[in-house]
Design a protein around this ligand. Structure first.
Ligand code: NAP
Length: 333
């Protein structure tokens, strides 16, 4: 089969489309013929050797994807050949390929009516943001949610999920063009951190209170501003560090602000709780089927264009998500 293989770590890494052995499923595993995979910020970290789980080249990239079950291993009851599935394969990766073999517990059925090339980049962003907002911050209807890095993969998912959950959403970023797109996707307010005072503007928009929940995938100065613009009794979600600097939360501010600084490690959650992950993903997919949630795909690439796709993520040119298609995916579009 064909696969996008990282042959040398780096920034940028060396990627090649080459033949890669297909693996028959072992007990409890399925082999999935993939249509597409989602391109993630984490792919930059993995290929730079900066991800918490280190992979040694050569390895096949891609954490998530969508395809059709081609073969079931012994003991697999939940799927049969021909089922359309969404998969998430955090540590092993391997989804930028014609096929992936993985535990059946890391797959869920895709409802009829949703194209596989439209949903392949869904699990990581929407899963992370829903886990963070629902399970970790317990966001409820009527609250104010501030989403930082709102034009990115997890950020835009948080904007859409926040609206679905009945929150007023303040979306922040550093590019007016991208922020206009985020507003068009449903944010109530947008704030440009490059041209406005982030914490002050969020306080102004909330009559001085601050946001009930702050969602931060950026870190650094953005986290510091989120500390100053989260309401008393509010929750500050630590989601990621796209900005590069891992910030620190001063304990005096946590104490006197009655703040909860809450980690949202989605990868660990999915690995520890595969059944809860499958439930969460199935719920989210039902919202996509009914039209309540509409994932935004910025651009679809072929395997041969994998370097271009990663470059777009590195250069912060993506709004929402990019997708990498196999030949099956190209035929589906
Ligand atoms: N907790 C989890 O389980 C989990 C799951 C998935 C991802 N993450 C993490 O969440 C973070 C964001 O992931 P993502 O997929 O949303 O990434 P993304 O699509 O590349 O978006 C990142 C956003 O952060 C903003 N940003 C600010 N400073 C940046 C910088 N120096 N470089 C890049 N972006 C910068 C950008 O918005 P502007 O250009 O408007 O500033 C961009 O839209 C990453 O650190 C990722 O590892 C965590």
């Amino acid at each position: 089969m064909k696969a996008v293989v990282c042959t040398a770590l780096g920034e940028p890494p060396q990627l090649q489309v080459r033949e890669w052995p297909s693996r028959p499923p072992g007990p409890g595993e399925i082999r999935v013929a993939l249509h597409a995979g989602g391109v993630n910020f984490g792919d930059l970290l993995v290929t730079a050797g900066r991800y918490q789980v280190k992979l040694a080249p050569p390895f096949v990239l891609g954490t998530e994807g969508a395809g059709v079950v081609a073969e079931c291993g012994a003991g697999v009851r939940r799927f049969v050949e021909g089922d359309r599935v969404l998969v998430q394969n955090n540590d092993v990766r391997g989804c930028f390929a014609d096929e992936v073999t993985l535990p059946a517990a890391r797959a869920v059925l895709v409802p009829a009516g949703i194209r596989l090339v439209d949903i392949a980049g869904f699990p990581l962003n929407f899963g992370t943001s829903y886990y963070a907002l629902l399970h970790r911050a317990r966001l409820v209807k009527g609250e104010v949610l501030a989403v930082h890095g709102a034009s990115g993969g997890v950020g835009l998912a948080a904007v859409k999920l926040g609206k679905m959950m009945g929150a007023t959403v303040i979306a922040t970023g550093s590019d007016d063009v991208k922020l206009r797109a985020v507003k068009a996707e449903g944010a109530d307010y947008v704030v440009n951190a490059r041209t406005e005072l982030l914490a002050e503007r969020i306080r102004e928009l909330t009559d001085g209170r601050g946001a009930d929940v702050s969602f931060d995938p950026v870190g650094g100065d953005v986290f510091d501003a989120a500390m100053r613009s989260t309401a008393i009794d509010g929750r500050l979600l630590v989601v990621g560090f796209a900005g590069g600097r891992i910030p620190a939360a001063p304990a005096n501010k946590v104490l006197f602000g009655a703040l909860s600084v809450v980690g949202a490690p989605y990868g660990g959650f999915t690995q520890r709780n595969p059944e809860r992950w499958a439930e969460l993903m199935t719920t989210l997919l039902e919202h996509v089927r009914s039209g309540v949630l509409k994932p935004l795909i910025h651009r679809r690439f072929t395997f041969e264009q994998a370097s271009d796709a990663l470059t777009m993520v590195r250069e912060r040119q993506v709004i929402g998500k990019c997708i990498l298609m196999s030949a099956r995916g190209v035929a589906e579009t």
